[in-house]
Design a protein around this ligand. Structure first.
Ligand SMILES: [Zn+2]
Ligand SMILES: [Zn+2]
Length: 257
């Protein structure tokens, strides 16, 4: 079985557990060690079972805990070259750097493919993760989608997709103009309409789970995100789940086909 759970999603911290068979990886670690421990406990995971940490990009909401957690658990870390150069993680016990165009990385029973995305970081990547014939796509922290991303995210069984903001709420919201421009720009974050457009472009009929994440707490509302997605793809409603910043999700499971 391939399964995944969000330990938190949004600008105050991100971390996602992905498990295929006996292999468990943590994608991003925006939480301190102590917090990661209790968040893992809520989904029944001993952090010592984590086989590797994969890092999407250097922003603090994805990396705050990477160094401390890797050192405490003695776990290997994988990230792009630019992500390593962009931030001081301290010494890592087992540091592995990838080029996003070099194809999939194997960790135990999982194959993890980095996919370059447009975001205002040095070397931002997101991941498509395979276990046997099941495919999970993780896609947050991108300002726009590209034909390349659409191609890489084909034939997924599950997708965790960013719906960061509602464009009207962002423009009427509390952010200063420069930050609004950053968030809504091509290298910022995906808004609800862009996410819906992306969903239309991939073969969404095969999705068992569409999990919506990285919602802005100030510039979006969960019902706006789900309404926009359901308008674009009406039959997605039964397969849709929304992540909340401070809540650990349930496990989303994909049985062997
Ligand atoms: Zn982020
Ligand atoms: Zn980011």
């Amino acid at each position: 079985m391939l399964r995944f759970a969000s330990l938190g999603s949004g600008s105050r911290g991100n971390a996602t557990l992905v498990q295929g068979g006996d292999t468990l990886v943590l994608v991003d670690c925006g939480f301190p060690l102590k917090e990661l421990r209790w968040r893992c406990a809520l989904v029944g995971v001993d952090p010592c079972a984590i086989d590797a940490i994969f890092v999407t990009h250097e922003h603090g909401d994805h990396t705050r805990g990477v160094g401390p957690v890797a050192r405490a658990l003695g776990v290997p870390v994988w990230m792009g070259h630019g992500t390593w150069l962009a931030r001081d993680y301290g010494a890592l016990p087992d540091r592995n750097l990838f080029n996003s165009h070099d194809g999939s990385i194997r960790v135990g029973e999982l194959w993890i493919e980095p996919v370059t995305v447009p975001h205002d970081a040095r070397d931002p990547a997101q991941f498509v993760i395979e276990y046997r014939d099941r495919r999970l796509g993780l896609l947050t922290d991108l300002g726009s989608h590209t034909p390349y991303i659409v191609t890489r995210y084909r034939q997924l069984d599950a997708l965790l997709l960013e719906c960061n903001h509602d464009p009207v709420m962002l423009s009427n919201g509390p952010y200063p103009p420069a930050l609004q421009a950053r968030v809504s720009g091509d290298y910022g974050h995906l808004n609800n309409d862009q996410a819906a457009d992306f969903l239309r472009r991939i073969d969404h009929a095969s999705l068992h789970h569409l999990v919506v994440g990285h919602l802005s707490e100030k510039n979006n509302r969960p019902e706006l995100a789900s309404q926009t997605l359901c308008r674009a793809v009406p039959d997605i409603a039964a397969r849709l789940a929304l992540l909340v910043q401070d809540q650990v999700s349930a496990w989303f499971e994909l049985g062997d086909s």
